[in-house]
Design a protein around this ligand. Sequence first.
Ligand code: ATP
Ligand code: ATP
Ligand code: MG
Ligand code: MG
Lengths: 223, 223
Amino acid sequence: LIHLSAITRRFTVGDETVQALRGLDLSIAQGEYIAIMGPSGSGKSTLLNVLGLLDQPDSGHYLLDGRDVTGLDDDARALARREKIGFVFQSFHLVPRLSARENIELPMVLAGIDPAERTARVEVLLRDYGLTPRADHRPNQLSGGQCQRVAIARAMAMRPSLILADEPTGNLDRHTGQDVIALLEGLQAAGATLIIVTHDPELGRRAHRQLHMVDGEIVQDGR
Amino acid sequence: LIHLSAITRRFTVGDETVQALRGLDLSIAQGEYIAIMGPSGSGKSTLLNVLGLLDQPDSGHYLLDGRDVTGLDDDARALARREKIGFVFQSFHLVPRLSARENIELPMVLAGIDPAERTARVEVLLRDYGLTPRADHRPNQLSGGQCQRVAIARAMAMRPSLILADEPTGNLDRHTGQDVIALLEGLQAAGATLIIVTHDPELGRRAHRQLHMVDGEIVQDGR
Ligand SMILES: Nc1ncnc2c1ncn2[C@@H]1O[C@H](COP(=O)(O)OP(=O)(O)OP(=O)(O)O)[C@@H](O)[C@H]1O
Ligand SMILES: Nc1ncnc2c1ncn2[C@@H]1O[C@H](COP(=O)(O)OP(=O)(O)OP(=O)(O)O)[C@@H](O)[C@H]1O
Ligand SMILES: [Mg+2]
Ligand SMILES: [Mg+2]
């Protein structure tokens, strides 16, 4: 499904350059369940953003489903994302003036999904993520963990075949976190590729394969 | 130091009322080390916001250092906060157009601290929290865990006697999280009151006292 070869990503701040990804290679088959772990600042979110077509590498190539997506323009990348990728951001990126329900529905609205189908799907997602009593609350009327769950539910609305989740349980208690992971693992068991960035070693162990990053490189890749 | 009696906090959304804190009583002595735990949505951040004078209860009383702070106006609350309270927000609330260094310095600028003293203090904080190489980066040029550490460093800039930290290790790997907790525990050992909301049971166990919340109430309070 995914082939990254010699992926480099640099950021420049003033006259300093940060080597966020250093010539990284990675292959992932459809349906894999992978945890990405490593110290704060090691490049995990940057790698996930490249995988999710939210960021372009400075050099190297990204083959997604046999197609070179490295050089795509913004519109083509947005289309590829919308159709196959569900992305959960580390800082959620919810729309402040929309309710939880409206935030979750938004990808379906943009994709032109039939309103009756949209309504049915959002109610299932609200229920699955324990958000039904908070469906009409806006993000500033939600707890941190409720916002996190809205971000996850939104990412699942289009039934993506590639799920990229950046620290999806960081603001959740153990029990709620387990419920959320069970839902994501259910989607993976049904065929989705699940890639989770996590600082939780217990969650990392549940994955079938673990990547460890340090300073822009994958230093360990094992099962 | 802290006496909360019959503290109630409600939120209204449409014609629904959320009982975020339900007639809560709590006493905390100066210098205590307390963990607040409980399910997502149970009222932990709301309680911390009341303790930090960022939110006012609908009923009940808050005595802080023997003074009834429940009815204070905004200016009086801001002054009380600036002088004694260091607050770490669950969602950081950094100033987007300021660098990490400037964000950390901001409370000292507002308090009129001498520039030479400010510079000395911010360099120590940048070093302690592993941020020196990122001092000139703005929040959108920092990783999630780097943003979290800037938020913590900023809260410590005025050497507060009451530290309120809302999930301070949620975006940190184990090692970085341990470094951060060691710094906060050092301040508590030197006399500060340390109150941490956390979803991490291991961090909760390090505290000398644990409060467990469910649905707006403290259901357990033990050592
Ligand atoms: N401004 C608001 N308006 C309406 N409801 C609110 C508001 N702020 C919080 N709530 C609700 O009050 C309850 C308590 O929220 P709080 O943020 O204190 O929870 P929490 O224990 O910190 O949760 P988490 O672990 O997810 O951060 C939640 O159910 C939330 O939806
Ligand atoms: N836009 C940017 N400009 C400059 N530097 C950046 C930018 N984005 C990220 N960085 C830097 O690149 C490095 C990798 O960032 P990244 O967000 O990928 O880390 P991470 O592994 O996700 O960390 P965390 O666990 O703290 O979330 C960090 O040191 C960060 O400061
Ligand atoms: Mg990150
Ligand atoms: Mg909270």
